[in-house]
Design a protein around this ligand. Structure first.
Ligand code: SF4
Ligand code: SF4
Length: 279
């Protein structure tokens, strides 16, 4: 069944983004990576401390959706790796993201949303209950928490639980296909074997966290939001949701622009940097 779920995700992305009518500036993504976490993985409970007590567990989301909790289940997570033409276009930029990067942020994320809905329907037709946390009535985003901008469900933290990558100096997730990606998840009562996390530390894929080297993302940030002390989410958020859209939204013809300068032209852009052991 894991093979069928993975194929359903990969086929949907391949087919949908091949439609030039719907995505004239696509395709945006390479073949998705897919991982699985148990509904009852204790990590989800620990996110209430790590992110904030507003962060919901899969069971809380299920209860809000249908009122009935399943006996068990799975959080299905995916990574949509941003493809080489899009990443290349952003590598050349120093102040604002490229047009193609911004189109990936708006149209590629719309496609990611379609995938969430498609997978929920696909699972329902296959005989399982499912929901997309992003579309739960309990999903909420907060601009200003003690940890900065955060929501009731973190797609990145779910992907970490599903063994798809580890965190980085700039607060992103470095996966086997790199740091430049969009990610998503769906919760279901279909019970599947969880993916291994390989015993890695929470940030082992990042060179700085692994051995104190690198820091390339620091120099890529035009507003100094990254330092060896970490990522200043407020400063980054002001730039990504304020300055950048004000400067290029109209010119590019998209509402959401992203930024991603610190995810391109860096050693972790398209893979796990360093020794083959970490590849
Ligand atoms: S550029 Fe280097 S320090 Fe920054 S996230 Fe990537 S591996 Fe870590
Ligand atoms: S997304 Fe942009 S503003 Fe935010 S940390 Fe990265 S380079 Fe800086």
């Amino acid at each position: 069944m894991k093979i069928r779920v993975t194929a359903a995700i990969q086929e949907y992305i391949a087919t949908a983004q091949a439609s030039l009518e719907r995505y004239p500036t696509g395709p945006y993504f390479d073949t998705p990576l897919v991982g699985f976490a148990s509904l009852d993985d204790p990590l989800f409970g620990s996110y209430k401390e790590i992110i904030g007590d507003f962060h919901l567990t899969p069971r809380e989301l299920f209860a809000a959706d249908s009122g009935a909790e399943p006996a068990g289940g799975t959080v299905i997570c995916w990574i949509l790796p941003i493809n080489d033409p899009v990443r290349r276009s952003n590598r050349a930029e120093r102040e604002f993201p490229s047009r193609l990067w911004s189109h990936t942020r708006t149209h590629g994320e719309a496609l990611n949303g379609e995938l969430r809905r498609h997978l929920v329907s696909w699972l329902a037709v296959t005989g399982y209950r499912a929901l997309a946390p992003q579309y739960s009535p309990r999903w909420q985003e907060f601009a200003d928490t003690p940890k900065g901008r955060a929501s009731t469900w973190s797609e990145r933290h779910a992907a970490y639980a599903a063994g798809l990558g580890t965190f980085s100096l700039n607060d992103a997730l470095i996966t086997p296909k790199g740091i430049a990606h969009r990610c998503g998840s769906v919760i279901t009562d279909l019970v599947l074997e969880p993916s291994p996390r390989d015993g890695r530390g929470y940030a082992d894929n990042c060179l700085y966290h692994r051995n104190g080297s690198c820091g390339a993302c620091i120099g890529r940030c035009p507003v100094g939001a990254i330092s060896f002390q970490g990522h200043d989410k407020a400063r980054c958020g002001d730039y990504v949701y304020g300055t950048v859209p004000a400067a290029v939204s109209d010119k590019y013809g998209v509402k959401f622009t992203g930024c991603g300068l610190c995810q391109t032209m860096v050693p972790c852009e398209s893979g796990i940097p360093g020794s083959p052991h970490f590849r």
